[in-house]
Ligand binder design. Structure first.
Ligand SMILES: NC(=O)c1ccc[n+]([C@@H]2O[C@H](COP(=O)([O-])OP(=O)(O)OC[C@H]3O[C@@H](n4cnc5c(N)ncnc54)[C@H](O)[C@@H]3O)[C@@H](O)[C@H]2O)c1
Length: 269
């Protein structure tokens, strides 16, 4: 690779990518980034309308988006998404497990239903995605790249998010285990562990049910958060999408079993 074509290794032209959670936030931004860098992107979400909106946005901008509706906590949905993608597009090169939910509250009060719900989406959903994607990628001579979503919550423990953090820690371990197993088949498995990013997940602290923002509450939440972050920044979904694109592209071809931390410096591991 010479100086004149280095940027080409960061492109994903001709690759077929699946992004779960593509209807909102980090998933949406990652789908747009992958498409903008040349991939055909299947935008998957439990909210079919929002998946379709992201796919339409991609198609209008660069031409390569298609929507899919699924619940990642249902194994059959995930398997069908993987096999349908391969059948319709001829390959499956990139799989991003980004769909996720939050359950909050003190650990001693977390009830079993909430625990099952978050484990279903944030842990089993990622496990199912890893399995479905790796099975197909391992049979391709070109392999593939799987990108999971952990969180700074797994690096820097805090109160009231224990169920969420346990899932995100498990995602790191899954990433390493699978990376070990499928590396020789040219399948890479990595994770991103974002810090606090403004999305509908984090907006719950200051966005009212009618969609309007409580500005006072917004500053009360974001102000201290900014102050405790070395970069004095709150993340935007695009800040994470860049890391996802890097892990999807051949620029990261020597990287597997790793966790990238676009987190403003809030955790340094
Ligand atoms: N926002 C942050 O500060 C932050 C920080 C660290 C990690 N993360 C992780 O990033 C990922 C994306 O979060 P976000 O902040 O963009 O949230 P978001 O709420 O904006 O987007 C999450 C998307 O996942 C979808 N989804 C939820 N359950 C699903 C299911 N069962 N099947 C399919 N799709 C489902 C939702 O419909 C939504 O479109 C999550 O895994 C989250 O845990 C977020």
């Amino acid at each position: 690779m010479g100086a004149e074509n280095v940027i080409e290794s960061f492109r994903v032209d001709g690759k077929v990518a699946v992004v779960t959670g593509a209807g909102s936030g980090i998933g949406r931004a990652s789908a747009l980034a992958l498409a903008g860098a040349g991939a055909t992107v299947v935008c998957a979400d439990i909210d079919g309308e929002r998946a379709a909106a992201t796919a339409s946005e991609i198609t209008a901008a660069v031409g390569n988006g298609s929507p899919a509706q699924l619940d990642v906590s249902i194994r059959a949905d995930v398997d069908a998404l993987a096999t349908n993608t391969q059948r319709e597009h001829g390959a499956l090169d990139v799989w991003c497990n980004i769909a996720g939910i939050m359950v909050e509250g003190p650990m001693i009060d977390t009830d079993e239903a909430d625990l099952d719900r978050i484990i279903g989406v944030n842990l089993k959903g990622v496990h199912f995605g890893c399995q479905a994607a790796a099975r197909i990628m391992a049979d391709q001579s070109t392999g593939g790249s799987i990108i999971n979503t952990s969180s700074a919550a797994a690096d820097a423990p805090s109160a009231n998010v224990s169920a969420y953090a346990l899932c995100k820690a498990a995602v790191v371990q899954m990433t390493k285990s699978l990376a070990f197993e499928v590396g020789r088949r040219h399948v890479r498995v990595n994770a991103v562990a974002p810090g606090f990013v403004l999305t509908s997940m984090t907006g719950r602290y200051f966005v009212r049910p009618d969609g309007t923002t409580d500005e006072e509450m917004r500053e009360a939440v974001l102000g201290p958060m900014r102050k405790h972050t070395p970069l004095r920044m709150i993340g935007e979904p695009e800040d994470i999408a860049g890391a996802v694109l890097y892990l999807a592209s051949d620029a990261s071809r020597f990287m597997t079993g790793q966790v990238l931390r676009p987190n403003g410096g809030v955790a340094m591991v």
